[in-house]
Design a protein around this ligand. Sequence first.
Ligand code: DC
Length: 225
Amino acid sequence: MSTFSVAIDGPSGAGKSTIARAVASEFSFLYVDTGAIYRTVGLAVRRAGVGSRDAEAVRALLPELKIDLRYGEDGAQRMFLAGEDVSDEIRTPEISIYASDVSAFAFVREYLMEMQRSLARTYDVIMDGRDIGTVVLPDATLKIFLTASAEARAERRWKELLEKGQTVTFEEVLRDMEYRDRNDSSREAAPLKAAEDAIVVDTTELNFEESCEKVKELIRERMKK
Ligand code: DC
Protein backbone atom coordinates (compact mmCIF):
# COMPACT_ATOMS: atom_id res chain seq x y z
CA MET A 1 0.00 0.00 0.00
CA SER A 2 1.46 3.35 -0.87
CA THR A 3 1.57 6.20 1.58
CA PHE A 4 0.26 9.75 1.22
CA SER A 5 3.01 12.35 1.43
CA VAL A 6 2.82 16.11 1.54
CA ALA A 7 6.08 17.98 0.90
CA ILE A 8 6.20 21.52 2.27
CA ASP A 9 9.24 23.53 1.28
CA GLY A 10 10.05 27.20 1.63
CA PRO A 11 12.36 29.73 3.25
CA SER A 12 12.98 30.05 6.99
CA GLY A 13 10.11 31.51 8.96
CA ALA A 14 7.41 31.07 6.32
CA GLY A 15 5.38 29.18 8.93
CA LYS A 16 6.06 25.73 7.51
CA SER A 17 6.46 23.93 10.82
CA THR A 18 3.54 25.45 12.74
CA ILE A 19 1.21 25.05 9.78
CA ALA A 20 2.43 21.54 8.93
CA ARG A 21 2.10 20.42 12.56
CA ALA A 22 -1.48 21.69 12.86
CA VAL A 23 -2.54 20.26 9.52
CA ALA A 24 -0.86 16.89 10.21
CA SER A 25 -2.83 16.43 13.41
CA GLU A 26 -6.10 17.21 11.60
CA PHE A 27 -5.46 14.46 9.01
CA SER A 28 -3.61 12.11 11.43
CA PHE A 29 -0.46 12.32 9.34
CA LEU A 30 2.99 12.09 10.88
CA TYR A 31 4.67 15.50 10.91
CA VAL A 32 8.37 15.34 10.05
CA ASP A 33 10.41 18.48 10.68
CA THR A 34 13.58 17.87 8.64
CA GLY A 35 15.11 21.21 9.70
CA ALA A 36 15.35 19.76 13.22
CA ILE A 37 17.54 16.96 11.86
CA TYR A 38 19.94 19.45 10.24
CA ARG A 39 19.89 21.47 13.45
CA THR A 40 20.94 18.39 15.42
CA VAL A 41 23.93 17.95 13.10
CA GLY A 42 24.66 21.67 13.57
CA LEU A 43 24.58 21.26 17.34
CA ALA A 44 26.90 18.25 17.19
CA VAL A 45 29.37 20.27 15.11
CA ARG A 46 29.15 23.16 17.56
CA ARG A 47 29.72 20.86 20.53
CA ALA A 48 32.70 19.25 18.84
CA GLY A 49 34.23 22.71 18.51
CA VAL A 50 34.42 22.29 14.76
CA GLY A 51 33.94 25.20 12.32
CA SER A 52 30.59 24.83 10.54
CA ARG A 53 32.21 25.62 7.19
CA ASP A 54 35.14 23.27 7.69
CA ALA A 55 34.14 20.51 5.26
CA GLU A 56 36.79 17.99 6.23
CA ALA A 57 36.22 18.34 9.96
CA VAL A 58 32.45 18.04 9.54
CA ARG A 59 32.88 15.03 7.27
CA ALA A 60 35.13 13.35 9.82
CA LEU A 61 32.52 13.86 12.53
CA LEU A 62 29.58 12.21 10.72
CA PRO A 63 30.47 8.53 11.32
CA GLU A 64 30.53 9.22 15.07
CA LEU A 65 27.11 10.90 15.18
CA LYS A 66 24.19 9.16 16.75
CA ILE A 67 21.08 11.04 15.76
CA ASP A 68 17.59 9.75 16.48
CA LEU A 69 14.20 11.12 15.75
CA ARG A 70 11.44 9.92 18.08
CA TYR A 71 7.83 10.84 18.70
CA GLY A 72 6.60 11.63 22.21
CA GLU A 73 3.22 10.49 23.58
CA ASP A 74 1.83 13.88 22.57
CA GLY A 75 2.87 13.16 18.97
CA ALA A 76 5.62 15.79 19.05
CA GLN A 77 8.86 15.05 17.25
CA ARG A 78 11.89 15.01 19.55
CA MET A 79 15.54 14.99 18.47
CA PHE A 80 18.19 12.98 20.27
CA LEU A 81 21.94 13.30 20.01
CA ALA A 82 23.81 10.34 21.48
CA GLY A 83 20.72 9.53 23.52
CA GLU A 84 20.27 13.05 24.91
CA ASP A 85 17.08 14.97 24.12
CA VAL A 86 18.32 18.15 22.40
CA SER A 87 14.94 19.31 21.02
CA ASP A 88 15.08 22.66 22.82
CA GLU A 89 18.77 23.30 22.50
CA ILE A 90 18.68 23.14 18.68
CA ARG A 91 16.32 26.13 18.52
CA THR A 92 18.77 28.95 19.27
CA PRO A 93 19.77 31.52 16.61
CA GLU A 94 23.36 30.31 16.86
CA ILE A 95 22.38 26.76 15.97
CA SER A 96 20.21 28.09 13.11
CA ILE A 97 23.38 29.39 11.50
CA TYR A 98 25.30 26.16 12.17
CA ALA A 99 22.43 24.18 10.64
CA SER A 100 22.30 26.39 7.58
CA ASP A 101 26.07 26.08 7.10
CA VAL A 102 26.34 22.30 7.50
CA SER A 103 23.25 21.74 5.35
CA ALA A 104 25.18 23.20 2.40
CA PHE A 105 27.46 20.14 2.32
CA ALA A 106 26.23 17.50 -0.14
CA PHE A 107 27.68 14.73 2.04
CA VAL A 108 25.61 15.91 5.03
CA ARG A 109 22.45 15.88 2.90
CA GLU A 110 23.27 12.42 1.60
CA TYR A 111 23.89 11.17 5.13
CA LEU A 112 20.41 12.30 6.25
CA MET A 113 18.51 11.21 3.13
CA GLU A 114 17.59 7.64 4.07
CA MET A 115 16.29 8.66 7.49
CA GLN A 116 13.82 11.02 5.80
CA ARG A 117 12.81 8.69 2.97
CA SER A 118 12.20 5.71 5.22
CA LEU A 119 9.71 7.71 7.31
CA ALA A 120 7.74 8.59 4.17
CA ARG A 121 7.74 4.96 3.03
CA THR A 122 6.35 3.82 6.36
CA TYR A 123 3.83 6.52 7.31
CA ASP A 124 1.51 9.07 5.75
CA VAL A 125 3.58 12.21 6.30
CA ILE A 126 3.69 15.94 6.07
CA MET A 127 7.38 16.64 5.75
CA ASP A 128 8.76 20.14 5.78
CA GLY A 129 12.17 21.39 4.71
CA ARG A 130 13.92 22.97 1.75
CA ASP A 131 14.36 20.14 -0.74
CA ILE A 132 11.57 17.72 0.10
CA GLY A 133 9.63 18.19 -3.15
CA THR A 134 12.74 18.51 -5.29
CA VAL A 135 15.09 15.85 -3.87
CA VAL A 136 13.92 13.84 -0.86
CA LEU A 137 10.40 12.96 -2.07
CA PRO A 138 10.27 13.81 -5.78
CA ASP A 139 7.13 11.62 -6.04
CA ALA A 140 5.31 13.25 -3.11
CA THR A 141 1.52 13.11 -3.46
CA LEU A 142 1.28 16.89 -2.99
CA LYS A 143 3.99 19.55 -3.05
CA ILE A 144 3.54 22.97 -1.51
CA PHE A 145 6.03 25.84 -1.59
CA LEU A 146 5.19 28.05 1.36
CA THR A 147 6.64 31.52 1.32
CA ALA A 148 6.25 35.10 2.64
CA SER A 149 8.23 38.36 2.50
CA ALA A 150 11.52 38.43 4.48
CA GLU A 151 10.13 41.13 6.84
CA ALA A 152 6.96 39.17 7.59
CA ARG A 153 8.99 36.02 8.24
CA ALA A 154 11.51 37.81 10.47
CA GLU A 155 8.73 39.40 12.48
CA ARG A 156 7.03 36.08 13.14
CA ARG A 157 10.31 34.39 14.12
CA TRP A 158 11.24 37.34 16.36
CA LYS A 159 7.94 37.12 18.24
CA GLU A 160 8.40 33.36 18.67
CA LEU A 161 11.88 33.86 20.14
CA LEU A 162 10.66 36.59 22.49
CA GLU A 163 7.90 34.30 23.71
CA LYS A 164 10.53 31.69 24.47
CA GLY A 165 12.33 34.30 26.57
CA GLN A 166 15.28 34.81 24.23
CA THR A 167 16.61 38.35 24.04
CA VAL A 168 17.13 39.27 20.41
CA THR A 169 16.31 42.35 18.36
CA PHE A 170 14.17 42.36 15.23
CA GLU A 171 17.21 43.54 13.23
CA GLU A 172 19.27 40.57 14.39
CA VAL A 173 16.53 38.16 13.41
CA LEU A 174 16.07 39.82 10.01
CA ARG A 175 19.83 39.73 9.40
CA ASP A 176 20.03 36.02 10.29
CA MET A 177 17.01 35.33 8.12
CA GLU A 178 18.58 37.08 5.13
CA TYR A 179 21.88 35.26 5.74
CA ARG A 180 20.06 31.93 5.76
CA ASP A 181 17.95 32.82 2.69
CA ARG A 182 21.14 33.55 0.78
CA ASN A 183 22.92 30.45 2.08
CA ASP A 184 20.00 28.09 1.52
CA SER A 185 19.14 29.40 -1.97
CA SER A 186 22.61 29.85 -3.39
CA ARG A 187 24.24 26.58 -2.31
CA GLU A 188 25.00 24.03 -5.01
CA ALA A 189 23.67 21.03 -3.11
CA ALA A 190 19.87 20.91 -3.24
CA PRO A 191 19.27 24.67 -3.09
CA LEU A 192 15.97 25.98 -1.81
CA LYS A 193 13.65 26.25 -4.77
CA ALA A 194 10.09 25.35 -5.61
CA ALA A 195 9.63 22.04 -7.43
CA GLU A 196 8.12 22.52 -10.87
CA ASP A 197 4.95 20.78 -9.78
CA ALA A 198 4.70 22.56 -6.40
CA ILE A 199 1.79 24.84 -5.58
CA VAL A 200 3.06 28.18 -4.25
CA VAL A 201 1.27 29.53 -1.17
CA ASP A 202 2.31 33.06 -0.13
CA THR A 203 1.36 33.72 3.49
CA THR A 204 2.53 37.37 3.74
CA GLU A 205 -1.07 38.56 3.93
CA LEU A 206 -2.55 35.48 5.58
CA ASN A 207 -2.86 34.78 9.28
CA PHE A 208 -2.17 31.37 10.78
CA GLU A 209 -5.74 30.05 10.45
CA GLU A 210 -6.05 31.24 6.86
CA SER A 211 -2.72 29.64 5.96
CA CYS A 212 -3.74 26.32 7.54
CA GLU A 213 -7.08 26.42 5.76
CA LYS A 214 -5.37 26.97 2.40
CA VAL A 215 -3.08 23.96 2.95
CA LYS A 216 -5.97 21.77 4.17
CA GLU A 217 -7.98 22.68 1.07
CA LEU A 218 -5.10 21.59 -1.15
CA ILE A 219 -4.82 18.26 0.69
CA ARG A 220 -8.57 17.60 0.51
CA GLU A 221 -8.56 18.34 -3.22
CA ARG A 222 -5.63 15.99 -3.72
CA MET A 223 -7.32 13.23 -1.70
CA LYS A 224 -10.33 13.31 -4.03
CA LYS A 225 -8.20 12.59 -7.10
O1 DC B 1 13.64 24.68 8.92
P1 DC B 1 14.77 25.13 9.85
O2 DC B 1 14.93 26.61 9.94
O3 DC B 1 14.68 24.49 11.20
O4 DC B 1 16.11 24.54 9.16
C1 DC B 1 17.40 24.78 9.67
C2 DC B 1 18.39 24.81 8.50
O5 DC B 1 18.51 23.51 7.92
C3 DC B 1 18.02 25.76 7.37
O6 DC B 1 18.80 26.93 7.36
C4 DC B 1 18.30 25.00 6.10
C5 DC B 1 18.54 23.59 6.51
N1 DC B 1 17.60 22.65 5.95
C6 DC B 1 17.89 22.10 4.73
O7 DC B 1 18.89 22.47 4.12
N2 DC B 1 17.07 21.16 4.19
C7 DC B 1 15.97 20.77 4.83
N3 DC B 1 15.19 19.83 4.28
C8 DC B 1 15.63 21.35 6.08
C9 DC B 1 16.46 22.30 6.61
